[in-house]
Design a protein around this ligand. Structure first.
Ligand code: G2I
Length: 538
């Protein structure tokens, strides 16, 4: 049995911004965390969790616990994690996530039981009969482990079973067992936990197309045959350069009309790097549209974002030159996409698509070594402006609910070029204002620290990672060191580097000038940890 749980929302302020004027009373709960607004609409808002940062980063844990009331293990419940060799089950990562969820009144969606990817070679090499038995054993052991746990409520039983043209994916499952493996998997899962919601899940099925229609036909047939399928997951890995898929709401509704729940399961919206204010605004619109589509479909039970911080996202590893797909930046700063999700959840379904007018060019006064007052001519909106965000490039410096804010935590003797974006309750954001530049007083502190870590080495090469921290809000950094021998960087990410002989200099990328930041690289030569790693702040 899985008793219903009461979501307890906690409000923890993560970013502190000094607003220097008396503010009008905000609407009730206007700045509440996402989960509170989602719960008020009867939906969950979730995130995928990775076990590494969950164990090692408190900022990651705080946001995960505060903003979301549902979690999915990004990798820890997959076959290669839970049964790496036959009969050897390991649940350390899965249990870590379930324990975190229990502690924070979150529900867990199990991901994923039967998939062509991240399934060990030993499974793929089995004969048909052995494969079916292994599938049954895997499902009954993994699902069975959490069957009496009230936190684990649902499972992706079958993941990514279709090709883009709507035919069955020609995976080892299909090749050896035929399409019947899908119904079998659902029956095994129901036997292991009669109360869990059992889902099929896929990508590129958000709109109405050949693939989603094939999935629709399968779900209809399975339901007619009495196969225990309860829900359909639409992953929603989108990219701003490919456009927003049409008919998301209509598509989810046709599945709902078959008698299943629907959910958005792996939302992210990637872009070609580097970020800029215009791309951020487009991305925010995509997020808002997805949330509004779910809100508009009664059987859409909730939505899960595939991670939350750009610091930990699968996108840059998979799509060369793309990234920034999530709702917090690498430094755990909220992006316009966060505001879009927040405001859409808070505002409900809205037909308002009109963006606020562009705010006036900011005027800057009262500049000190660490603060500056910024004011601008207010925007107008057909419904109403709910707030503004002040940016330096793509870094959000402050949010405001009136047309003025005092920026704090600035670095001394540093030049800032700021612009303002207005937003309304439906999550529409204005075009960015003109920019204004100013320079803080004082002498630059120049303080930043770089920590070098050898991650892995192999004959003839190695991988290392360098984390940069600073006690001040600096906007750029340069890290330097000298290799002890003939090591040569072959590839470096999250920064730009030059190497002359053994001397290396690495400058921040456009998006991670404000620490904490991490860059990594691979190099040829013997694995090395140089002494005397320096960091210079800009
Ligand atoms: O590919 C995006 C998602 C598509 N739908 C199913 C999801 O399960 C899938 O998630 C991604 C994870 O976000 C990645 O983190 O699945 C990938 C694997 O297909 C995950 O990547 C893997 C890397 O390929 C491995 O090299 C790595 O060891 O993550 C592993 C753990 O960090």
């Amino acid at each position: 049995m899985k008793p219903a749980r009461v979501a307890i929302a906690t409000a923890i302020g993560l970013l502190s911004v000094a607003l220097s004027t008396a503010l009008p009373a905000a609407p009730a709960g206007a700045s509440a965390p996402l989960r509170e607004h989602a719960a008020a609409k009867g939906k969950f808002i979730g995130t995928a969790l990775a076990t590494g940062p969950l164990a090692s980063e408190s900022a990651y844990r705080t946001i995960a616990a505060t903003e979301f009331d549902q979690v999915t293990a990004e990798n820890a419940m997959k076959w290669d994690a839970t049964q790496p060799s036959q009969g050897q089950f390991t649940f350390s990562g899965a249990d870590q996530i379930v324990a975190f969820a229990a502690q924070n009144n979150q529900q867990v969606h199990g991901h994923t039981l039967v998939w062509h990817s991240q399934t060990p070679g030993w499974v793929q090499n089995l004969s048909a009969a052995q494969l079916r038995t292994a599938m049954q054993n895997h499902i009954s052991t993994v699902v069975g482990r959490y069957a009496d746990n009230p936190v684990v409520r649902s499972w992706d039983v079958v993941n990514e079973a279709f090709e883009e043209n709507g035919s069955y994916r020609n995976s080892f499952w299909y090749q050896k067992l035929g399409e019947g493996y899908i119904a079998d998997a659902f029956r095994f899962a129901r036997a292991a936990d009669p109360d869990a919601k059992l889902c099929i899940n896929d990508y590129n099925v958000e709109g109405i197309n050949a693939k989603s229609t094939a999935m629709y036909n399968l779900v209809r047939t399975l339901r007619q045959q009495g196969v225990p399928i309860d829900c359909v997951g639409f992953q929603a890995h989108l990219a701003i350069q490919y456009g927003f898929p049409g008919d998301v709401q209509q598509n989810m509704q046709r599945f709902a009309d078959l008698g299943v729940d629907v959910r958005l399961t792996e939302i992210d919206v990637r872009m070609q790097m580097p970020r800029d204010a215009t791309k951020d605004a487009t991305q925010a619109t995509y997020y808002r549209n997805l949330v509004n589509a779910c809100l508009a479909v009664t059987r859409c039970v909730g939505m899960t974002i595939w991670g939350f911080t750009d610091k930990h996202s699968w996108v840059p590893d998979t799509f060369q030159g793309q990234g920034a797909a999530l709702i917090y930046d690498e430094n755990y700063g909220k992006k316009p996409s966060y505001n879009a999700v927040h405001d859409a959840l808070a505002g409900g379904t809205s037909n308002d698509t009109q963006k606020p007018t562009r705010p006036g060019k900011p005027a800057v006064s009262d500049v000190t070594g660490s603060s500056a007052r910024v004011t601008w001519t207010a925007s107008t909106d057909n419904v109403g402006v709910t707030g503004y965000d002040v940016y330096s490039g793509t870094t959000k410096l402050a949010g405001a609910t009136t047309n003025a804010v005092t920026l704090t935590g600035l670095s001394p003797n540093t030049s800032y070029t700021v612009h303002v974006v207005a937003r309304d309750a439906a999550g529409n954001t204005s075009d960015p204002s003109d920019t204004t530049s100013f320079t803080t007083t004082g002498t630059p502190a120049g303080d930043c620290t770089a920590t070098y870590r050898l991650v892995n080495s192999w004959p003839g090469g190695f991988q290392a990672e360098v984390s940069v921290t600073s006690t001040r809000a600096i906007t750029g950094w340069t890290v330097g060191w000298t290799f002890p021998g003939d090591q040569k960087i072959t590839q470096l990410w999250n920064g730009t580097h030059t190497q002359t002989g053994a001397t290396v200099s690495v400058k921040n990328a456009s998006w991670n000038g404000r620490p904490p930041a991490t860059f990594g690289f691979t190099a040829s030569g013997a694995g090395a940890t140089p002494s005397g790693v320096t960091c210079t702040a800009q």
